[in-house]
Design a protein around this ligand. Structure first.
Ligand code: GDP
Ligand code: MG
Length: 370
């Protein structure tokens, strides 16, 4: 049986996911980051990367790994999670706003747009896409550093009048390191001085070969200002998602990651959580990072209270005992005693990590000791 995703294994070894994918490919296995591999393959990889395998006795305390045992027949298609990256002023925020404006249910739901760190768009065709509302490379790499790889697809925004700039190249490197597929959105195509072809050519220097140039990276000309090219961009996201076969089991205890969190006057500690597997429900007992709690209320991106949230859905969670950090993992557990146990275990891990000189973020089934 499959026991762990390539990405999770990479995190635990503190290696690049893309490097693991490459090794797997050499072993004759075409596997993507979000796909799971079996125990034997995982052990082989661990050895190949020069780490020692060690089963930790606390394995049953850390429960994140159970999720990877979801039987194939329980897996349902889930919405892709998209992050927008690019150089400052190239139009990331404008594009996020423009895409949000394409949501066909926003108006009829009567909800008011809430900025909770992520939002969902329902397309004309009825498909759903989740966008992370926090553009920027720090957010992306910080989340990754914390073991949270919530992004399925990166949209690289490049202004057609300005071309490739330092942060564009940074974004390319982050995306490559994460092994996440990229779609290039060439923005500001409404401007007379726009030169999309030059952008495509410059991308070649960074081994990004777009379709027009005979490669397999999708690109699209847009104007966030004039709202042109948005349908095509959405189509390309859906196409990419389809190729990736993104799935999760919605019928299990929820697991997710904190997108952002703050102390709110009146509401207390509030975290936006992106559910990754299972369904999060009001009343659920959970652990976030090293904090435990019970879901008092869930609020969606339209400001509406909801009873539950399934895979790829971002929701605000109320009922936390403290403010967690972006990237922290949320895990639903069966009862409060269990929540305290897991929270204590995680607290111990955090303390150990701080004092250890070797990487020890290899908590679940293996322990990384190089
Ligand atoms: P960010 O820093 O990447 O988030 O960029 P912003 O979305 O804040 O946009 C920076 C500036 O570019 C703003 O003045 C926008 O109005 C402008 N802008 C964004 N998209 C377009 C576009 O498609 N066409 C034109 N002409 N201007 C744009
Ligand atoms: Mg911005």
């Amino acid at each position: 049986p499959e026991v762990i995703t390539v990405q999770e294994l990479a995190n635990r070894m503190a290696e690049k996911g893309a490097d693991l994918v490459k090794s797997l490919f050499k072993m004759g296995q075409a596997v993507t980051l979000n796909q799971s591999i079996d125990q034997d393959t995982a052990e082989l990889l661990v050895e190949e990367f020069g780490h020692r395998i060690q089963r930790v006795s606390e394995a049953d305390v850390e429960i994140g790994i159970e999720g990877d045992l979801d039987p194939v027949e329980s897996l349902k298609v889930r919405a892709p999670v998209v992050t927008i990256m690019g150089h400052v002023d190239h139009g990331k925020t404008s594009l996020l706003d423009a895409l949000r404006g394409t949501d066909v249910v926003a108006g009829e739901s009567g909800g008011i747009t809430q900025h909770i760190g992520a939002y969902q768009v329902t397309t004309k065709g009825g498909d759903i896409i989740t966008f992370l509302d926090t553009p920027g490379h720090e957010a992306f790499s910080e989340m990754r550093a914390r073991g949270a790889n919530v992004t399925d697809i990166v949209i690289l925004v490049v202004a057609a009048d300005d071309g490739l700039m330092p942060q564009t190249i940074e974004a390319i490197n982050h995306t490559k390191a994460a092994g996440v597929p990229m779609i290039v959105a060439i923005n500001k195509c409404d401007k007379p001085e726009a030169n999309p072809q030059k952008v495509r050519e410059r991308l070649l220097e960074h081994e990004i070969v777009v379709e027009d140039m005979g490669g397999d990276v999708q690109d699209v000309q847009v104007s966030a200002l004039k709202k042109t090219g948005l349908d095509e961009l959405i189509e390309k996201i859906l196409l990419q998602a389809e190729v990736m076969e993104l799935t999760a089991n919605p019928d299990r205890a929820a697991e997710g990651n904190v997108i952002e969190a703050q102390l709110d006057k009146g509401r207390g500690a509030v975290a936006t959580v992106l559910v990754r597997k299972g369904t999060l429900k009001v009343g659920d007992t959970f652990v976030i990072g090293a904090e435990s709690g019970k879901v008092r209320a869930l609020v969606n991106d339209k400001g509406q209270q909801v009873k539950s949230a399934g895979p790829s859905v971002p929701v605000e969670v109320l009922g936390l005992s403290g403010v967690p950090m972006a990237g922290d993992q949320m895990t639903v557990v069966e009862n409060e005693a269990r929540a305290r146990e897991v929270a204590a275990y995680r607290q111990e891990q955090i303390t150990r990590k701080r004092t250890a000189s070797v990487p020890t973020n290899f908590e679940n089934m293996f322990s990384a000791l190089s």
